[in-house]
Design a protein around this ligand. Structure first.
Ligand code: C2O
Ligand code: CU
Ligand code: CU
Length: 436
């Protein structure tokens, strides 16, 4: 996708995109260019002025995932734009450098529209990051990884009861809207910036030769220090900023970014996949070495919190009324007319997501804030390399309880929090908090 600045027009529309194997595929995009939308690049402190036009035949809107912006700009489910309408998103970006993203958030059409192609990246830069001289230009690769169901030349969204239970997953893994892409690389270190933009699929990223790679950032920007791993679990909504080193590879050799199986979730959700291919086509001398310190991050501690809230996320109802699967938070499904949590502006709070008795993974997300993860008990136990630093997502696998600490130091107003498995979200797994 093209890269644009903070002042731009996004037009939700039907598109036909060339997706390799499948030839032309019908889906949705934010420009006539194809699936997804342009990558928007801004510096922290700069403002964004996005003219949004809805050319779909149903409601939609834009949520700026991870950005701390005023409530009326955040794409709350009730602030939707009707078919044929438009809206001006205008706000100042005032936060850490990082990979953020945008996608629809109207109640009832979010899962479908994201699956069919509506999503895009926002890259925020700041002086702390610039000073590190990380790989850039053709050595910086922003990748949106998404699974799709493609049938008769269209991206098909028709969740069954089973899909509502597990979340809708597809057999084809697209990278930036393209199936099984191949990318030519030099013998150098690359900054690979990944968004898992899938509705429900979790990836356990690895390299086909088993080599390690380095995690330098996540949802909320750079980590304090680089973390070396051999595999990395990335849930829907999460971002992973990686350094992959091709420098010891021979000319013409190939390496795949793959997803390995993992513990937790259902069988369909932990299949192995080849995601994309890297092919070494140029030998160069690369002098970049990963800085030992990346960012200054003050860890928040439990004693800073003035309140703890517990959220039971284990339960699923078979929804006797509607015949629909219902997912809940504290046994409540989403109600636009109910505020679930009242939060004093400026408070620091501990929120605990309890999936101890659950059967499904739940990647939990809060709007309007960035938080830190304090700990995990049950299941995988310790935090992963991706769970240090600042986050806006917290993955709770079956059997796990995850405790986060949240400074509500953004904007006042009404925001939502929800499971980012979009079928879970659409079947009720969302609540509202009011900061005032
Ligand atoms: Cu990316 Cu409310 O979500
Ligand atoms: Cu969000
Ligand atoms: Cu969920």
């Amino acid at each position: 996708p093209p890269i644009v600045g903070g002042t731009t027009t996004l037009t939700a529309q039907n598109v036909t995109a060339n997706s390799n194997e499948f030839g032309n595929v019908k889906g949705l995009g934010y420009s006539s260019g194809g699936l997804l939308g342009p990558t928007i690049k801004v510096n922290s402190g700069q403002s964004m002025n996005v003219n949004f036009v809805n050319q779909l035949n149903e409601k939609t809107n834009i949520h700026w995932h991870g950005l701390k912006i005023p409530a009326n700009m955040d794409g709350h489910p009730e602030n939707f734009i009707n078919a044929g309408g438009s809206f001006n998103y205008n706000f100042t970006v005032n936060q850490r450098a990082g990979l953020y993203w945008y996608h629809p958030h109207a109640d009832g059409t979010t899962g479908k529209q994201v699956f069919q192609g509506l999503a895009g990246l926002v890259i925020v830069n700041d002086s702390e990051e610039t000073a590190l001289n990380l790989p850039s230009g053709n050595r910086e690769l922003p990748l949106v990884i998404q699974d799709k169901r493609i049938s008769a030349g269209s991206i098909l969204y028709a969740p069954t009861m089973m899909d509502q239970m597990a979340g809708l997953m597809g057999q084809y893994i697209l990278v930036n809207g393209v199936y099984a892409p191949s990318h030519n690389v030099e013998t150098a270190k690359y900054r690979v910036r990944i968004l898992n933009g899938s509705n429900a699929r979790i990836y356990n990223l690895a390299l086909s030769n088993g080599a390690s790679f380095t995690v330098i950032g996540n949802d909320g920007g750079l980590l304090a220090t680089p973390q070396t791993v051999n595999s990395l679990t990335v849930a829907p909504g999460e971002r992973a900023d990686l350094i992959i080193d091709f420098s010891s590879m021979g000319l013409n050799s190939e390496l795949f970014l793959i997803s390995k199986t993992f513990i937790g979730g259902n069988a369909q959700g932990k299949q192995e996949f080849k995601i994309m291919k890297f092919k070494v086509t140029t030998q160069v001398v690369d002098n970049f070495s990963i800085p030992t310190t990346l960012s200054s991050i003050a860890p928040l501690t439990e004693s800073m919190a003035t309140k703890t809230r517990n959220f039971e996320i284990s339960n699923v109802d078979s929804g006797s009324m509607s015949g629909m699967m219902m997912h809940t938070i504290n046994n409540k499904s989403y109600d636009a007319n109910r505020i679930d949590e009242l939060v004093p502006n400026g408070a620091v709070e501990i929120w605990t997501f309890d999936n101890t008795n659950g059967q499904e993974p739940h990647p939990m997300h809060l709007h309007g804030v960035q938080f830190q993860i304090l700990n995990r008990t049950g299941g995988r136990g310790t935090l992963t390399a991706l769970e240090k630093g600042w986050k806006d997502m917290a993955l709770c696998m079956p059997g796990e309880k995850v405790k986060i600490i949240v400074p509500f130091n953004g904007y006042t107003g009404k925001f939502v929090f929800h499971c980012h498995n979009l079928e879970h979200e659409e079947t009720g797994m969302m609540g509202q908090f009011q900061v005032s």
